[in-house]
Design a protein around this ligand. Structure first.
Ligand SMILES: [Zn+2]
Length: 464
């Protein structure tokens, strides 16, 4: 039986209830304890090959690479079985297997009560908005058992929509006021966007939906001249084509894929650089930070109701879709700590866990940008790391995976995210001295050892 070493994660196959230490991690009000009923099956996958680089890919390389990446992701995802809290929002993440079992139950359930009971079983994984929606639905179901989930949302739609429009209007008018400080062309662009959006928000028809994400994107693009983007694109294209002279059909295809993705990354990089290097003026920055406060379905109950009461479900059963949506945000996903678009590699030290909600929202943002959006991330990150340490103490994960991951987080966040890994050291300490007939050194002995160390160091310096 080989143990995974390249992935940095080791799964103990001889897992029993006895060697599990009871532990509590407080994360966003949800304490989680290790609960392991069945031992892990002996299906641990290991792979010895490194992930091939794709500089000059052959078909075989590509297949190998895909396989290796899949195994790696699979192994990281397995950690989610042990109720790991999300490093960004602090909620306990849901394991894929549990979610699949849940999906099957939902698909077979007949009425709202059964659906709600199934959600209730996984209540501890619900995020805060979903928890509130869930308790609203439970209360509704007790009174009106006939109502479907969609009907429950639709009944609340007018009230919620009014609240949301009031909030949005306030933000739009703030942006409008701030836009007066912009140069004329930009001001007209922003104000046009505002009036277009405002009429969309006030449109009572079901087909008229407002997308927060599209609005923010349009706003950002109005601050960076389109001509600049076009110039960038054509320059880069020519540069790229000059370097590349495709010969075979396969290479042709590969190059076009590579060209497209790297071009997108390049443009994205330039836009981000502009934002990061504070090329945005003061007024532009203020407008952007105002736009970010627009309510969204992940942080506002009314926004959730409006979004899912008005959604087009395209023939699928809306009740089941809503039920799945309640938990899909809590799903554990693999995330690149340094984003792929910033040349973050797919290797163990750059892969961590994050809930689907935060991962989707993140896009290609850096860790710093993520911290700016999630003020409590440093606290939640500590809980996340503490949990990983506990898993190490139970021989579930290798120490090097934790230390390397912490290092990546530290460098990417420029020191803001840095967990105390003392527990790992303490564990080692015990191990070391347990080897010496189980005798732990007294304080005096330790002092002596430290003094000797210092003396040795001094002597070495003198020698030099
Ligand atoms: Zn999260």
């Amino acid at each position: 039986m080989k143990i995974l070493s390249l992935t940095g994660i080791k799964f103990n196959t001889n897992y029993t209830k006895d060697n599990v230490r009871n532990s509590n991690v407080k994360s966003a009000g949800t304490p989680c304890t290790i609960k392991l009923k069945e031992p892990i099956q002996k299906d641990t996958v290991s792979f010895g090959a490194k992930i091939p680089s794709i500089v000059t890919p052959t078909m075989e390389d590509l297949i190998k690479r895909t396989k290796a990446v899949d195994v790696l992701r699979f192994n990281v995802l397995r950690l989610a079985r042990y109720d790991v809290p999300c490093p960004v929002c602090g909620h306990v993440m849901l394991d894929v297997d549990k979610f699949n079992a849940f999906e099957e139950k939902i698909m077979n359930s007949k009425d709202s009560k059964e659906i709600l009971n199934n959600i209730g079983e996984l209540k501890k994984y619900l995020h805060s908005v979903e928890t509130k929606i869930f308790s609203i639905m439970r209360a509704d179901n007790a009174r009106y058992p006939e109502r479907t989930l969609l009907e429950m949302l639709k009944i609340r739609l007018p009230q919620s929509e009014t609240k949301i429009v009031q909030q949005q209007t306030k933000i739009f008018s703030n942006i409008g006021l701030l836009s007066r400080e912009l140069p004329e062309t930009e001001r007209i662009q922003v104000q046009d966007l505002l009036s277009e959006t405002f009429s969309r928000v006030l449109d009572p028809r079901e087909t008229s939906r407002f997308s927060r994400r599209i609005f923010i994107d349009k706003l950002k693009f109005s601050f960076i001249p389109k001509q600049e983007i076009i110039n960038l694109r054509s320059n880069y294209e020519q540069e790229f084509l000059a370097q590349y002279k495709p010969k075979s059909a396969l290479k042709n295809l590969m190059n076009s894929i590579k060209l497209k993705s790297s071009m997108e990354n390049y443009i994205d990089e330039r836009l981000r650089l502009n934002v990061n290097k504070r090329i945005l003026t003061y007024a532009q920055e203020k407008i952007m930070s105002e736009a970010v406060t627009l309510p969204a379905a992940y942080n506002n109950v009314d926004a959730f109701i409006v979004k899912y009461a008005k959604r087009n479900y395209k023939g699928a059963d809306p009740n089941k879709k809503i039920a799945l949506r309640m938990l899909s945000n809590s799903l554990a996903t693999v995330e690149h700590i340094k984003p792929q678009s910033k040349r973050g590699a797919t290797e163990p030290k750059n892969l961590g866990l994050e809930c689907a909600c935060d991962n989707n929202r993140r896009g290609s943002a850096t860790i710093i940008e993520q911290i700016i959006e999630n003020k409590f991330m440093p606290v939640h990150y500590k809980h996340y790391m503490k949990r990983l340490c506990q898993l190490h103490l139970n021989n579930i994960v290798e120490k090097s995976y934790i230390t390397q991951q912490n290092k990546t987080y530290r460098t990417e966040s420029r020191g803001i995210l840095d967990a105390d890994l003392q527990e790992l050291r303490r564990h080692n300490h015990k191990k070391k001295y347990n080897k010496n007939d189980g005798i732990t050194p007294t304080i005096k002995e330790r002092r002596l050892a430290r003094k000797n160390k210092l003396k040795n160091k001094k002597n070495k310096k003198v020698d030099k």
